[in-house]
Design a protein around this ligand. Structure first.
Ligand code: APR
Length: 254
């Protein structure tokens, strides 16, 4: 369980948000850690400490062994299906619903769907969604929920017979252009940006906070560990998302 950490900077971060009229939020795997979904780079527990990303999260890896990659994503889907949004996810959804921060745009690198499950709307899923699949041969078939798909072998595309693949962005693949453009626009027009649970190592998502900051947005980082983005922040909250976000976002007038 993530320790509560140092919540002292919450007051300074709340003062930044009090002045904000357009808030952007970028989340990474750390946002879901307290829901039991493993991150990628945390020592020992991170997925990349236990699995080879280029074997399991690349088109080359899928081409080499479609069944292995499909089974790994089926395992991840099972983990995610057991996960529930935590108080931090709910605090972000409530903040968006309240309208207190003007329009709040939620951008996530996560593929677990937990923000939408908590009630956040219009979530920009930069790296896709674990629950969706599409034809790897590019015939255009897309399946929103593979709940009834077999776990052991990648199913054949109902139209062309090619393998179905998870609709997530793999290493070396381009992000969906319209989604990335909307995320970039939200970042640069924001006057405050929350950067939660990301190591800031993977582009182009990791460039969004810098673009926001250069356009005048005040960054608030929430992360129990140092990250590549801390130097851009007006405030760094060295704590976990589940503890920090409810305190950061609660409506003190309520
Ligand atoms: N609350 C907030 N942050 C946390 C928590 C927590 N409870 N627990 C861990 N973290 C932080 C870690 O300190 C780390 O900085 O979350 C971050 C997770 O970093 P990564 O595992 O690198 O995940 P992420 O930044 O989302 O990776 C980006 O890399 O492999 C690709 O596609 C994958 O979307 C992923 C991308």
């Amino acid at each position: 369980m993530t320790p509560p950490g140092n919540l002292a900077p919450i007051a300074a971060a709340r003062a930044v948000l009090a002045r904000a009229h357009r808030v952007a939020v970028l989340t990474g795997a750390g946002m879901s850690a307290e829901s039991g979904v493993p991150t990628f780079r945390d020592a020992q527990t991170g997925l990349w400490a236990r699995f080879d990303p280029h074997t399991l999260a690349s088109a080359e890896g899928f081409a080499a062994d479609p069944a292995l990659v499909w089974r790994w994503y089926a395992w991840r889907r099972e983990r995610v299906a057991q996960a529930q949004p935590h108080a931090g996810h709910r605090a972000l959804a409530a903040a968006q619903e309240s309208g207190r921060f003007g329009d709040l745009t939620l951008i996530t690198q996560n593929v677990d769907g937990l923000h939408a499950a908590a009630g956040s709307r219009g979530v920009l899923e930069l790296h896709g969604n674990l629950m969706s699949s599409h034809c790897s041969a590019g015939c255009g078939v897309a399946i929103a929920r593979p709940a009834d798909l077999p776990a052991g072998e990648p199913p054949g595309c109902p139209r062309c017979g090619g393998h179905l693949r998870p609709s997530v962005v793999w290493f070396g693949e381009a992000l969906e252009p319209a989604t990335l453009q909307r995320a970039q626009a939200a970042a640069v027009r924001s006057d405050a940006m929350l950067v939660i649970g990301t190591s800031g190592l993977v582009q182009p998502a990791a460039a969004l906070p810098g673009a926001a900051q250069r356009a005048g947005s005040a960054l608030i980082v929430v992360n129990p560990q140092p990250s590549e983005l801390d130097h851009l922040a007006a405030v760094v909250i060295r704590a976990g998302a589940a503890a920090a976000l409810p305190l950061l976002l609660e409506d003190s007038d309520s």
